[in-house]
Design a binder for this molecule. Structure first.
Ligand code: NIG
Ligand code: FE
Length: 385
């Protein structure tokens, strides 16, 4: 934290950061903006979302409140499968309109980069439709989108009796083309009893790696199946969820440098345990915090709420949480040299928060404490004076 700081940017990049008194004379006559006593931080990065989906699932919310479990609802045809049906039924234009609305809300909160997964298609046409939606949205609005292929979210109904054919379709039919057309930067697999086994995930992620995609894993969310170890073994950039990660998993992540992405809104909504973030940080694991925005387990894109929850329920310090949504989150999307830090040479993605410290910001929870956003050196949200 620098008190009385000055920051110089030029076009899209940061040029200089330091104490105002040490501002080099060459910058003295440039146009300037006074941010007052407010907090100036790197643009926030939401490094795990399922941004593009059809429909919502408010009815399941009430069912869960009455005691039905997430897995129970899914087994009865609800859950991810019902969102797959709604996403297949929507046109690309409908999906764009809905995701664009969420992105407008995210930008208002100070978020400048969003990782976004497919996985509500589970068939060629709809998986590609989701990735095309991301491509178009990337061109239409200020937030940078980083797309991830999550064709391995569940085995679709059509392949229940021959799941190896679906895995073959992913590995041979979809992954190589998606990578070639640059429709995704990463490939993710949901490793869970009712989704994909460790062996299946290893097969899919190995195909993705060979095709040149980076790797991510939805690991140990509802049970411990060794997902963290698999992510570490394959050199994944991140392992996500990890509510049920154990000692061995934590040690494996520390050794491999894989980022653990905590999703406290999913724990809140599913009334599940939280990822053992404190233990992980103390054990040398890098911990990011993200929303998991999706219509089931985390129907909110409010990253600052997730941040306050990470403090309250995971014993992370406000500073660790800020790192977890900036530089560490950038690591979870392999962009830690371009974004997530206010340093010369980094992109001028800058968020201004109406607080004089990180502690005050995350403790005094508000609907929106963000009062200005610079995206690539342009005011995407005008600074409120
Ligand atoms: O990250 N765990 C798997 N997928 C999502 C939930 C998707 C849904 O419920 O629609 C998650 O929590
Ligand atoms: Fe998720």
């Amino acid at each position: 934290m620098i008190d009385q700081a000055a920051l110089v940017y030029d076009n899209t990049q940061i040029r200089w950061v330091g104490n105002e008194q040490e501002l080099p004379a060459q910058y003295g006559n440039e146009d300037s903006v006074d941010c007052g006593q407010r907090l100036v931080i790197p643009g926030l990065i939401d490094c795990h979302t399922h941004l593009c989906f059809g429909g919502w699932r408010g009815d399941e919310f009430e069912m869960r409140l009455q005691g039905r479990s997430y897995q129970d609802i899914a087994a009865a045809g609800g859950g991810i499968r019902s969102t797959v049906a709604a996403t297949r039924a929507n046109t690309a234009a409908q999906l764009i309109e809905k995701a664009a609305d969420a992105l407008r809300g995210m930008l208002e909160l100070g978020i400048t980069t969003v990782e976004c997964k497919s996985g509500y298609g589970l068939e060629r046409a709809t998986e590609l439709k989701q990735l095309e939606v991301y491509k178009q949205l990337n061109e239409q609005q200020p937030i940078d989108l980083v797309p991830t292929f999550l064709g391995a979210h569940l085995v679709p109904d059509e392949y229940q009796r021959n799941r190896e054919d679906y895995i073959h379709l992913l590995c041979k039919g979809l992954i190589p083309g998606i990578s070639r057309k640059k429709l995704a930067k990463f490939c993710d697999v949901f490793v869970e009893e009712d989704a994909f086994s460790i062996t299946e995930a290893r097969q899919i992620l190995t195909a993705a790696k060979e095709a040149g995609l980076g790797l991510k894993v939805h690991a140990d969310q509802l049970s411990n199946s060794g997902g963290a170890q698999l992510a570490a073994e394959l050199g994944a950039v991140s392992a996500e969820h990890l509510e049920y990660a154990d000692q061995q998993g934590i040690r494996a992540l520390a050794r491999s440098g894989t980022v653990a992405v905590s999703l406290p809104l999913a724990s809140l909504y599913l009334r599940e345990r939280y990822m053992p973030a404190r233990e992980m940080l103390d054990g040398g694991v890098k911990v990011a915090v993200a929303t998991d925005f999706n219509p089931g387990s985390a129907p909110s894109y409010h990253l600052p709420l997730a941040m306050t929850l990470a403090c309250l329920n995971q014993q992370m310090t406000p500073q660790e949480v800020l790192m977890g949504t900036t530089t560490v989150a950038a690591g979870a999307i392999a962009a830690e040299r371009q974004i997530g830090s206010l340093l010369p040479g980094f992109r001028a993605d800058i968020t201004i928060i109406d607080s004089d410290s990180v502690n005050h910001w995350l403790y005094h929870f508000r609907a929106n404490a963000c009062c200005g956003v610079l995206k690539s050196g342009q005011w995407a949200k005008a600074l409120k004076q």
